[in-house]
Design a protein around this ligand. Sequence first.
Ligand code: HEC
Ligand SMILES: [Cu+2]
Length: 322
Amino acid sequence: MQTPASPPMNYLQAFGDKAETISVLTWALLWLSIAVVAIIAFLTVVGVWMRRTSLEASEAGREPIVRRGGGLSWITIGVSVSTIALFGAMIWNAYTMAAVSKPPRDPAIAIEVIGHQWWWQFRYKSDDPTKIFDTANEAHIPTGEPIRLEVRTEDVIHSFWIPALGDKLDLIPGQTNVSWFEADKAGVYRGQCAEYCGRQHAHMALMVVAEAPDAFRAWREAQLRPAEKPQGALAAGATLFTGRCGACHTVRGTLAGGKLGPDLTHIMSRSGLAAGALSNNTASLTGWIADPQSMKPGNKMPRLELEAPELSRIRNFVQSLK
Ligand code: HEC
Ligand SMILES: [Cu+2]
């Protein structure tokens, strides 16, 4: 199915009020630029055509330099037209920036976006501490609701960009930038880090799943729940996981509480792994746990040299995290 998530990411089509306001300007500037190129090319050809002298007319093929009057008026006309066009574009730009700076109403949902080399942490905020939870690389939002974004970074500069939903927002060390976005149609929107941030910058994608408010509420309730208590064979996998992986990954409801990598409490609810580098299926999950460096070279999860039985126990436990 063709969704806004399918590459190439499309910034000429908009799926929310904010993005629509911006895309009208994008289109206008695009057509203006095309018109400028066409007019200049046309005038150049006309100028060359009108000034041509036939070879026989000139002495020994040499071109006499003749200045006819009227050249200056072209410059005056050209500069005036450009000034008017550029001034108009500037005013429209300022108007658009003012129009999109504030959401239509106060957002009821706030997401803290935290950039890491090379993945996205999403923290759903709440005044009630028991309603705060973390997820990674895939955020769900309700359609038709403005969402407040508070972005910051744990390391270098990144840039949060979902082309179909609007503008870019930089993640700057030591600073929190605040913005908002909204999707009016349900669908999966792909985003991408838009500021070169190191070796795996290209594999720092994100997905926004916009869904009906009811579906969103159900998703949020499911995300808030801790992992189910591992039973039977899974218990051994959980213990191994805590020992080998728990220093970097959190699984709420277990002793694994690490903060260096993505929260894995509900990893199986995500369609991808490692910020869009892989799709989430048994083969790629097993490959990732066995050797993340061969799949996304340079990423911050080390190869752990697991024995085969250990690997499959840990993998089975991870796959139980629905
Ligand atoms: C030294 C810290 C560290 C250890 C130890 C570690 N990881 Fe990771 N893990 C990370 C980081 C960082 C990422 C994000 C990599 C990226 O996408 O660039 C990650 C990503 C993942 C992902 C993908 C998560 C997502 O949301 O896409 C899975 C699954 C995972 N690790 C499982 C494991 C398992 C299982 C173990 C133990 C065998 C383990 N990790 C050990 C740091 C670690
Ligand atoms: Cu980045």
